[in-house]
Design a protein around this ligand. Sequence first.
Ligand SMILES: Nc1ncnc2c1ncn2[C@@H]1O[C@H](COP(=O)(O)OP(=O)(O)OP(=O)(O)O)[C@@H](O)[C@H]1O
Length: 339
Amino acid sequence: MTVEDAHVVYSARTGGLFRSARVHALTGADLTVAPGETVGVVGESGCGKSTLARLLTGIERPARGTVTFRGRDLWAIPAAERRELVGTGVGMVFQDPATALNRRLPVRRVLRDPLDVHRRGTPAQRDARVRELMSLVGLPGRLADALPGQLSGGQRQRVAIARALALGPGLLVADEPTSALDVSVRAQILNLLLDLKERLGLAMVFVSHDIRTVRRMSDRVITMYLGRVVEEAPAADVTERARHPYTRALFSATPGLLDPIDPIPLVGPVPSAVTPPSGCPFRTRCWKADAACAASMPAFAATAEETPAMHRYRCHHPVGAHESTHDLVSQATSARERS
Ligand SMILES: Nc1ncnc2c1ncn2[C@@H]1O[C@H](COP(=O)(O)OP(=O)(O)OP(=O)(O)O)[C@@H](O)[C@H]1O
């Protein structure tokens, strides 16, 4: 699955009855997921993580840019073909299983529904597949007739995962799949996802606010800022070896991720997605920004290190390969004192 230069604009009410604003949720976002790979997506609230996830499932159409799956440009093919391609090839798990599942349908019907819609096998084969799916996600068969309201939060999320896997997709998109769950069951659901990925050879896009979880779940991590992907790096590289100043700042502000350290101080809040800055969207808060950053957003550059294809960033003034987070805290602090 590949997303290239995707732009998504929402219309949002802004107070007055007839007043609306254009929210630039994605302003040229790129993402590639290879078969069997897990790509984690991190970034502050509102940077476009969910919108990017929705593009992958064909729910959202980009105003500009392309979404390509199995060699087909999703929005250049007939709607029926797109629904079949994405409906069978991509599974989606949402944040809150309580709202994602129809309250009136028992587990058996929830899992049977996609098989019926896509006419998979005979009725007996569909029943067998329902049993197989329940066992795959660790749900006892006696829960087949239970309604979502009779299940625990963790069991409901297992049902939602089973439903996403019903048609045997190659890609699972999980958008904050544990943030609505009790802390005590989060680890179980994460372990289930890791296990399923291994057993089924799934590719996964994993969106979360919890950077430590994203690192654990992912092969590669992409950092988003105000509608764009600013860096993508192997999960092992994204902490002390990240090259984009924003990635380093984000990680420095995550408790327990790096050695005890003060966060890199940033100036001001994230700008509004209604009026994103020109050039690099991070420039208004970046201690390294200059006129070049206001003029343009650079193309991706690859690191010259061992895995150049895997580690790319978009920055005019990337962090040096040997600069520590301590160095960056000092630079940002002095820049703030000067301004
Ligand atoms: N349906 C919508 N109508 C209007 N604006 C929207 C809509 N959905 C998202 N947005 C806006 O688009 C931007 C990107 O939102 P998105 O939900 O993709 O970000 P996010 O990174 O997933 O945020 P969070 O981490 O809080 O879930 C935000 O400014 C958000 O307010």
